[in-house]
Design a protein around this ligand. Structure first.
Ligand code: SAH
Length: 522
């Protein structure tokens, strides 16, 4: 026995949207030693616990899921080894989730456990489809039923063989009188469910909807009537996981639908920036409803020799201007500054300049410094122009803290305009990523991708390189979004024509241009 006894937390992961886990669930993930999860808990939640051991017990492509007894044994074994175990379960652990059985096994084994509820699919999916599950004028009860789908891929084989394919304890005579019902695990048995309800007296005209992958960017909703639902769902090719809601409340979707109306809903968009830089763009696109695939084409590396950077940072206070050309440059500066045991006071009276708003924000956030001059657009020309307009170049000393691939333009312009000194220091090296992720290749093949975004010339070059010589053909039916004129020129050199180009040469401008294009030609 371990000296410090372990514990198991049964945590409801929510229905899919990673934002729908509870605050307590997220906190327990952060503290977990081990996370045991299955298919319906969004793997993105694992970003809360990068250092925990993550064990997948759901069904993979052709393999079978781990039988329930083995899952129970695994929970007990890990807790006995003194671990903090999070058992992450889709939706709510106790709603058709076998959480009760897992807790019984833990109780029998005298393992301490806690249970954290989650938002169950029958609440979340209709909400995201614009269907309130109760309404004062329409229904005063709401019932959860399992369709006991024999073939449901989220249930282990033992459970499937125990169930007879029809819900033995369902009294159709009573069910058919209920005003609002949610059926879990019912896609394949939908025809049978609907005919049983009609046979037992429910009106064939009752409004009904099936929602697939509710709360996810891939959410799909089919609205119909009881008599036609099974046929319509089959035609729309909806599959598990899906929830079916039967009742008059479904009609409210006409006015309450919201999630599927967001500006980029249904669009699959590729982000080619480095992993460090991707999250802002990815999050903004997701907020607008897009499904994002991150395919980093660039990796940022700290140079092997840090001496030139350290020397430049130590002498930064001697310059009149310190210019930052990107948010990543700010992050790299902060890292070295702190590693050297200093803080921003080292910059003394030097004025601070930034290319673009995002860089200025990073300076304020990471270095707690006020920016004296920020170019409106994210190109070096704009900063050079603004410095020139202020007559702030002649006989001034400049320190440029930038990426190794930055164009020499800013340095040249400053030198031409009579700067006393321009010290140009690359802070990090950029390298092409080794390969594109498998999900991207797969989505290219299946034709799922609508847009690819390019936020710099190097993302465009590297992406084309990684795709290989027939890149043009592979991208033939995909819309390409370029952040600005320089990236556009690189795309054209690669024989690719961008569908849109951002106007402000930053993330905001790129997103606005994509949205404007979608509104014009959805
Ligand atoms: N414990 C889970 C349910 C597990 S049973 C919960 O509380 O939600 C699995 C069934 O849940 C699926 O067959 C489907 O009917 C439903 N389900 C889970 N996630 C869903 C989603 N995102 N959209 C629609 N239905 C979902």
């Amino acid at each position: 026995m371990s000296p410090s006894p372990g514990i198991v937390y049964l945590v409801g992961a929510g229905p899919g949207d990673p934002g729908l886990i509870t605050v307590r669930g997220a906190k327990l993930l952060e503290q977990a030693d081990i996370v045991i999860y299955d298919l319906l808990s969004n793997p993105r939640l694992l970003s809360y616990c990068p250092h925990a051991e993550a064990i997948y017990v759901g069904k993979k492509a052709a393999a079978h899921s781990l039988p329930q007894e083995q899952i129970n044994a695994l929970l007990i074994e890990k807790a006995r080894a003194g671990k903090r175990v999070v058992r992450l379960k889709g939706g709510d652990p106790f709603v058709f989730g076998r959480g009760g059985e897992e807790c019984q096994a833990l109780a029998d084994a005298k393992i301490p456990f806690e249970i954290i509820p989650g938002i169950t699919a029958a609440i979340a999916a209709p909400t995201y489809a614009g269907i309130p599950v109760t309404h004062r004028d329409l229904n005063s009860s709401f019932t959860f039923i399992t369709g006991h789908e024999k073939e449901d891929e989220y249930r282990d084989d033992q459970t499937k063989s125990r169930e007879k394919g029809d819900a033995g304890d369902i009294n159709w005579d009573i069910i058919a009188k209920l005003p609002c019902i949610a059926f879990y695990m019912g896609v394949k048995s939908l025809a049978r469910i609907c005919s049983r309800l009609i046979e037992n007296g429910m009106s064939p005209e009752t409004a009904a909807a099936t929602i697939q992958w509710g709360t996810m960017p891939t959410q799909k909703t089919v609205v119909s009537t009881l008599s036609r639902l099974a046929q319509d769902v089959a035609e729309a090719k909806l599959q598990s996981p899906a929830i079916t809601i039967i009742g008059k409340v479904v009609e409210l979707r006409n006015t309450l639908s919201w999630f599927e109306h967001r500006q980029l809903f249904g669009q699959t968009i590729v982000v080619t920036r480095s992993r460090h830089q991707a999250s802002e763009l990815s999050e903004r696109l997701e907020e607008l409803g897009a499904s994002v695939i991150e395919a980093p084409t660039i990796e940022l590396h700290e140079p092997a020799d840090l001496a030139p950077i350290d020397a430049a940072i130590k002498s930064a206070g001697n310059y009149d201007w310190i210019c930052f050309t990107s948010a990543s440059g700010v992050t790299a500066t902060r890292k070295r500054l702190f590693a050297l045991g200093h803080d921003a006071r080292l910059f003394g009276q030097a004025k601070i300049a930034a290319i673009g708003q995002a860089t200025a924000q990073a300076i304020a956030r990471d270095l707690c410094l006020k920016v004296d001059l920020c170019s409106k657009t994210f190109v070096a020309e704009a900063l050079a122009d603004e410095l020139a307009q202020r007559n702030a170049i002649a006989s001034q000393r400049f320190l440029l803290l930038r990426a190794d691939i930055a164009r020499p333009l800013l340095r040249e312009r400053l030198q031409q305009a009579g700067a006393a000194e321009v010290k140009d220091v690359p802070l990090y090296e950029t390298r092409r990523a080794a390969e594109l992720p498998a999900t991207l290749i797969e989505s290219l093949v299946t034709g799922r991708i609508n847009w690819i975004t390019f936020t710099s010339s190097s993302t465009a070059k590297n992406f084309a390189d990684l795709l290989g010589p027939d890149h043009r053909q592979k991208l033939a039916h995909i819309k390409l979004a370029s952040i600005g004129p320089i990236t556009t020129q690189t795309l054209r050199d690669l024989n690719l024509e961008p569908t849109i180009q951002g106007t402000k040469f930053d993330i905001d401008g790129l997103i606005s241009a994509i949205v404007a294009h979608q509104e014009k030609s959805p």
